[in-house]
Design a binder for this molecule. Structure first.
Ligand code: GDP
Ligand code: MG
Length: 370
């Protein structure tokens, strides 16, 4: 993920470095002039100072195709996509594992858990929730930098014994910058030293008001270790999802975002795609970032081959020409000639960018500062 020093940002904003340091301190981030901050924090700061910011990363404004909205009557409800963020060791991985255990079809499917970067659970009432399984804000910001705003809801994990820590505050900033609703999971409530009320109070200092403090942010006490509070957390996610009225058209050519991608020894390039709209099917021809391909096989998060994947479903795609990047967009196109043409054009745009604007990513990020 990209960063910028406070001094550099101050120069670009034509503000005094000391004023930025002061503002950052108020945001709960005690940093010095020479220290670096991440994009989302920079963006918040810029906005705070009344400047406009336009995010332009090394990727891809021109790699994205304009998104055309689907007609209202084609839209059907879709599962929420949830990202878990929080400070290191506060229990993100433990919570993701525990939530995986709430899947009612897990036992009967015969499939074996595969770590593909995202998974979907089916709840007792048959509704589903998709969890991005690459916790931490790096994946979140990397995807967002490429224009892939796949997260509908952020679950912020705060350890009740440790309280708010620097990465907790960063996560809050990322979530706010993305305009994504947040649910606070106060974890490790089983611990003797746990002090959830202190967490709620400290959150106030960062403009996060949980319900018990008169605000609207939902919070829930959990123990990922003892597996308590999980049902309540799931209920709150469902409630938040209902408010968002998440919908997509499943009956169209698929579009999705790369969650992670790798070169697999046996299977060649493999990408986990989170389908945004439409239904991705075996045999579909597609472009993804600057690569193209034809879906040879689709594999779900339980290692089972599936024929298709609809909105909010994460699925491994085989049959790519190369390895795309996290956050790249996948689009199904009419034929292979078209796929190659688009991919080649995108390759040339990328090459041009790399040669003409070597260290330009941050430069361009703030180029639109006014
Ligand atoms: P991450 O870095 O945020 O992914 O945190 P982990 O899930 O790796 O957890 C860090 C440590 O905290 C591990 O030793 C976990 O066993 C422990 N841990 C996680 N959740 C709980 C909990 O609810 N209660 C207690 N007592 N320990 C927990
Ligand atoms: Mg972890």
């Amino acid at each position: 993920p990209e960063t910028i020093t406070v001094q550099e940002l101050a120069n670009r904003m034509a503000e005094r470095g000391a004023d930025l340091v002061k503002a950052l301190f108020k945001m709960g981030m005690p940093v010095t002039m020479t220290q670096s901050i991440d994009q989302d924090t920079a963006e918040l700061l810029v906005t705070d100072f009344g400047h406009n910011v336009k995010r332009v990363s090394d990727s891809d404004v021109d790699l994205q195709t304009e998104v055309e909205a689907d007609p209202e009557d084609t839209l059907k409800p879709r599962a929420p996509v949830v990202t878990i963020m929080g400070h290191v060791d506060h229990g993100k991985t433990s919570l993701l594992d525990a939530l995986r255990g709430t899947d009612v079809v897990k036992g009967e499917s015969g499939g074996i858990t595969q770590h593909i970067g995202a998974y979907q659970v089916t709840l007792k009432d048959k509704s589903k929730i998709t969890f991005l399984d690459t916790p931490g804000h790096e994946a979140f910001t990397e995807m967002r930098a490429r224009g892939a705003n796949v997260t509908d809801i952020v679950v912020l994990v705060v350890a009740a014994d440790d309280g708010l820590m620097p990465q907790t505050i960063e996560a809050i900033n990322h979530t706010k910058a993305a305009g994504v609703p947040m649910i606070v999971a106060i974890n490790k409530i089983d611990k003797h030293e746990a002090n959830p009320q202190r967490v709620r109070e400290r959150l106030l200092e960062h403009d996060v008001q949980v319900e018990a403090m008169g605000g609207e942010t939902q919070d829930v006490e959990v123990s990922a270790l003892k597996k308590t509070g999980l049902d309540e957390l799931v209920e709150k996610i469902q409630l938040q999802a209902e408010l968002l009225e998440l919908k997509a058209n499943p009956d169209r050519a698929a579009e999705g975002a790369v969650v992670e991608a790798k070169l697999d020894k046996g299977r060649g390039p493999v990408a986990t795609i989170l389908v945004g709209r439409g239904t991705l099917k075996v045999g579909d021809v597609f472009v993804v970032g600057a690569e193209s391909g034809k879906v040879r096989a689709l594999v779900d998060d339980k290692g089972r081959q599936v024929k298709e994947a609809g909105p909010s479903m994460p699925v491994e795609v085989l049959g790519l020409s190369g390895v795309p990047r996290a956050g790249d967009q996948l689009q199904v196109v009419e034929n292979e000639a078209r796929a190659r043409e688009v991919a080649e054009y995108r390759q040339s745009v990328l090459t041009q960018k790399r040669t003409t604007s070597a260290p330009a990513s941050l430069e361009s990020m703030f180029s639109a500062l006014k």
